[in-house]
Write a new protein. Structure first.
Length: 318
């Protein structure tokens, strides 16, 4: 058993709960944290009592995630490398995603005292560069086991988005990139976000509808090839965004309130409505399309043309 202490601190500014663990055991390959008879997974989202099972959820997503992880075994304390000092945990299974960087980790760091941030080897380097550009000290950990003298774990609130969080991130971006907010582009951009380079959710017939988008002066972009700064700049001047469901749509955070958005989803419930939640807090001109055949992710030309013609008739594509 691991000797450890647990501290819970409420920050006065916004009453966010910070979980601070002393002498915690960290599995840096996926961010699982052990302290005494408890574990935490996906930051504070999935806590678990090892010695008091009656305190754990009897069923559901929470239990499934933890049981799947426990089946892989827990870290061996004797093999742990010591990390002296105080650190923020920046490791979770989904921290490779731009969405989770912005909704899970960044707001926590903005609300907290400045300590080094522990991130995994699998975090994209563009995210690491962004955090360092923002003034955070970043320490990349190999997929090993570490005993951390003091570890601060981000809180996970539901839903993912609220007005205060959005304001905090937008204000932070304005301060980090003042040259972008001080002279906004006069040429509004019509953007098609391609996922051709992404691991999943590629629109199978992309080549078929690119000509139609070009007729309406849309520009195809690959966000995977852009820095965070470049993505912020791109969306700040966006007038129209068409994109398959994916993390890149998080950039709507930086778009004007009157931007037109078409999201193509594989399923009606894709992402558990995460972008509906985000868009509802400031971007009302959004709509989504679900392909008629499940398992065949494509965007019919007639459906796309109807949207484009409607936008044109509304004076949005003049």
């Amino acid at each position: 058993m691991i000797g450890a202490q647990l501290l819970i601190v409420w920050t006065e500014q916004n009453l966010n709960m910070q979980l601070i663990l002393e002498n915690a055991l960290l599995s840096a390959d996926d961010g699982l944290v052990q302290s005494g008879n408890q574990i935490w997974f996906h930051f504070q989202k999935y806590p678990w009592h090892l010695s008091n099972p009656e305190k754990n959820p009897p069923a559901g997503e929470h239990r499934r995630h933890i049981e799947a992880r426990l089946s892989l075994g827990l870290a061996e304390p004797a093999n742990a490398q010591m990390l002296k000092g105080t650190y923020h945990l920046g490791i979770s299974p989904h921290i490779y995603s731009y969405y989770h960087l912005l909704t899970d980790l960044l707001p926590h760091l903005l609300d907290s005292p400045r300590f080094p941030v522990l991130v995994p080897e699998f975090m994209p380097l563009v995210f690491v560069d962004f955090l360092r550009e923002a003034g955070f000290e970043v320490q990349i950990l190999a997929a090993d086991v570490f005993r951390v003298e003091k570890l601060i774990i981000p809180e996970m609130k539901a839903p993912d988005w609220n007005v205060d969080k959005i304001k905090k991130i937008r204000t932070f971006a304005d301060n980090l990139y003042p040259q972008l907010s001080s002279h906004k582009s006069k040429s509004q951009r019509r953007i098609y976000v391609s996922r051709k380079l992404a691991v999943k959710r590629h629109l199978a017939n992309e080549e078929e509808f690119l000509g139609l988008l070009k007729e309406h002066k849309f520009r195809k972009v690959y966000l995977e090839q852009m820095s965070v700064r470049e993505q912020v700049e791109l969306f700040r001047s966006a007038s129209h965004v068409i994109a398959a469901h994916g993390a890149g749509l998080t950039n709507v955070l930086f778009a004007p309130a009157d931007v037109k958005i078409l999201e193509i989803r594989p399923l009606r419930t894709s992402g558990q409505f995460c972008f509906e939640n985000l868009f509802s807090l400031g971007w009302s001109n959004n709509e989504f399309f679900v392909p008629p055949k499940s398992g065949n992710f494509f965007l019919p030309l007639d459906a796309l043309e109807r949207v484009l013609l409607r936008w044109q008739n509304e004076g949005c594509l003049s």
